[in-house]
Design a protein around this ligand. Sequence first.
Ligand SMILES: Cc1cc2nc3c(=O)[nH]c(=O)nc-3n(C[C@H](O)[C@H](O)[C@H](O)COP(=O)(O)O)c2cc1C
Length: 191
Amino acid sequence: MTGGHLQIVICGAGPATNAAQLVKAAQHRSWTATVTATPSAMNFIEPQPLESLTGQPVRSTYQSSPGTRRSLPATDALVIAPATYNSINKIALGLADNYAMTSVAELIGRQVPTVIVPFVNAALAARTPFQHAVASLRDEGVHVLLGPDDQWEPHLPGNGNERQKAFPWTTAFTTAVRLAHEPRRPATGHL
Ligand SMILES: Cc1cc2nc3c(=O)[nH]c(=O)nc-3n(C[C@H](O)[C@H](O)[C@H](O)COP(=O)(O)O)c2cc1C
């Protein structure tokens, strides 16, 4: 595959400001990208530069701009970054209470190769619900980029601004490309 389509979902955490880096990493490898943001993430990003880069509106609600499609475009990989404590717990539980979460639920269900890059502090990451969420998502075949193998660890509370500079945008994309090239797991659902 020389190129594909990347769906990016941005949640409400500091690194959201720099999400253009992920779009640029994809475009550098001849991928196209579109951006969806949670309602909270809209407080962190400037949609216009992202829209100029991708040529597509940033979607945050079910309402689509005139002329844009309502259904999800064909997607070769999904990257959720930065992923908040809140959204990671919701995705693992299958909650779909906003447009971004509904899209994520459907794309994971379609077995689109998915990478989640958490941006959580160590106190939140230590919570049992979060640890269950990460384990459950990994069980489902989602790559949660977290831990020593991924060289991406939760930061100390209060250290987010400093940590934001090291956010692994490029690794997120290269991991998504690697997953997109792997054979898909057989579906285990019983429906
Ligand atoms: C300035 C600011 C920084 C935040 N940073 C983080 C963060 O780094 N990680 C996180 O999980 N939540 C962070 N939050 C809290 C989330 O924005 C909050 O939980 C929100 O409900 C997340 O919504 P979402 O998951 O739908 O994007 C931050 C909030 C604010 C106002």
